[in-house]
Design a binder for this molecule. Structure first.
Ligand SMILES: [Fe+2]
Length: 384
C-alpha cells in the first residue's frame, strides 16, 4: 500500500461496463482491505474469477507448533545450520518463532510452485538473504534478488519461480496486516521528504497481460489450514487493474539510515509496521559523532517487546558468536545488551558495516522444534 497504480485496460470509472473488441463483458474483482474501508485494487478479468470447485491438493508448509514451555533465556538460533527444505516455496517454510501477530520462518525452496497460492491469513513479507527469482501474480510479474524485501499482499493470487541455486528467505507472515510506519507519511499519504524511503525505492510489478500457464489449482491458507480449489478458467486472465494494493520489492540498501550526535533508538530504522511488530533495517552507516558518544547499543529493558534480529552480513559490534544467518531472540522480561567489552571498545568508532533486519514484537514469541534444533545453547552464558 505505497500509492496508487493503473495498468492495462480499465474503464473510465469503476463499476461500469468494460468490453472487449467483440463486445464481451469483462468481470471486476474488487480486492479490498478492512472490509470496504481500507486500500483496494480493482482487477478486470476476461472470465468470472470466482468460478471454482474444491480440490484435493498437496498441503503447504508445516504450520508452527510451540515447544513445551522453557526457561526465560536470551536465545540464538543458527538458521545457517538449517538444512534446506527444498521443494516449492509454498511448502518450503520452516517456522521458527511465532505469536498471534507474526510467524517468522526460513524458506529454502528449490523449485517453482506447481500451484497458485493465496494467503488468506496475512500479508507476507520476505527478506531475501540469498537467491532470488520471479514472483508471478494476478497483477503482474516482479523479479527479486538478494537483499530485497519482498511484499505479497494478503489474498493475492501468486506463485514463485526461484532462480537456480541456493535460496534462503526470511519470511515474516503478518497476521494482522503490514504497511509503512505512519510517521513516514504526510497528510496526503505521500512519503515525506524526510522519510528514510521514497516512492521510487519500491520496485513494482510489470504487467504482462493475460496468460495461461496451464495451472488451474489454487491453494488457499485460511485460519491456519490449507484448502484446495480448482478454477475452470486461467486465473491470470487480468486485462488491467487500478488500485493501491500490489506486491513490491524493496532493496534493503535503499533505506536511508539516520545518524545522530548520540545513539538513536531503533525506531529511526523502522521500515515496515505490522500489527504487533515493527520491522527495522540496520544498514551500513556512519556512527554517532559526539566525541564521547557510545555507538554500541546500550543495555536495555524494553519491557513490552520481544526483540529479534536476523544478521545478514558485516561486523556485529555488540555481539560475539553471531554470523550471517544468525537469528537472536531477546525476550521481554530479561535485560539485554552488548557482549563484554563491546560497549567500552565502541567509543570512537566512526562507522558500521552491519546489515541486519530487526523485529520488535509486542507479544511474546514462542519457539518451534525447528528453532530448538538449531539453537546455540551457549548464547545466554556468553554475556558473562
Ligand atoms: Fe535490543
Amino acid at each position: 500500500m505505497i500509492d496508487r497504480m493503473v495498468i492495462g485496460e480499465v474503464p473510465a470509472k469503476h463499476h461500469v461496463a468494460l468490453r472487449d473488441d467483440r463486445g464481451g463483458l469483462r468481470y471486476e474483482e474488487c480486492f479490498t482491505r478492512s472490509g470496504f474501508d481500507g486500500p483496494y485494487t480493482i482487477l478486470y478479468h476476461r472470465e468470472r474469477p470466482h468460478a471454482q470447485e474444491p480440490a484435493e491438493l498437496a498441503s503447504g508448509w508445516r504450520l508452527p507448533v510451540a515447544v513445551a514451555p522453557r526457561p526465560l533465556r536470551k536465545r540464538h538460533y543458527r538458521t545457517q545450520d538449517l538444512a534446506p527444505a527444498g521443494g516449492p516455496p509454498v511448502a518450503a517454510r520452516v517456522p521458527l518463532l511465532f505469536n498471534a501477530d507474526v510467524v517468522l520462518s526460513l524458506a529454502t525452496p528449490a523449485k517453482p510452485d506447481p500451484v497458485y497460492f493465496q494467503n488468506g491469513d496475512g500479508d507476507d513479507l520476505y527478506f531475501v538473504a540469498e537467491g532470488g527469482g520471479l514472483l508471478r501474480t494476478a497483477l503482474g510479474d516482479l523479479r527479486f534478488g538478494r537483499e530485497d524485501y519482498l511484499f505479497v499482499p494478503k489474498g493475492l493470487l501468486h506463485r514463485f519461480a526461484p532462480d537456480p541455486g541456493p535460496q534462503r528467505w526470511l519470511s515474516v507472515e503478518c497476521l494482522g496486516g503490514m504497511g509503512l510506519p505512519h510517521p513516514w507519511r504526510n497528510g496526503s499519504g505521500q512519503l515525506r521528504m524526510d522519510a528514510p524511503l521514497c516512492h521510487r525505492d519500491f520496485r513494482r510489478p510489470t504487467f504482462v497481460g493475460p496468460q495461461d500457464e496451464g495451472i488451474r489449482e489454487i491453494l488457499v491458507k485460511r485460519s491456519g489450514a490449507f484448502h484446495g480449489f480448482r478454477q475452470k478458467t486461467p486465473p491470470l486472465d487480468v486485462v488491467g487493474w487500478d488500485g493501491s494494493v500490489w506486491p513490491f520489492a524493496l532493496p534493503i540498501l535503499s533505506f536511508q539510515p539516520r545518524v545522530g550526535q548520540v545513539h538513536l533508538p531503533p525506531t529511526v530504522h523502522g521500515t515496515f509496521a505490522a500489527a504487533g511488530a515493527l520491522v527495522c533495517s540496520f544498514v551500513p552507516r556512519p556512527l554517532d559523532f559526539h566525541p564521547q558518544a557510545i555507538p554500541c547499543p546500550y543495555p536495555h529493558s524494553s519491557v513490552d517487546v520481544d526483540e529479534v534480529i536476523f544478521y545478514q552480513r558485516g561486523e556485529f559490534t555488540s555481539r560475539r558468536g553471531i554470523g550471517a544467518g544468525s537469528l537472536s531472540h531477546h525476550p521481554a522480561g530479561v535485560m539485554h545488551g552488548p557482549h563484554p567489552g563491546a560497549y567500552e571498545s565502541s567509543i570512537g568508532a566512526k562507522e558500521t558495516n552491519e546489515l541486519a533486519v530487526m523485529l520488535d514484537c509486542y507479544r511474546p514469541l514462542s519457539a518451534t522444534a525447528g528453532a530448538a534444533a538449531i539453537e546455540d545453547a551457549a548464547y545466554q552464558s556468553s554475556f558473562g
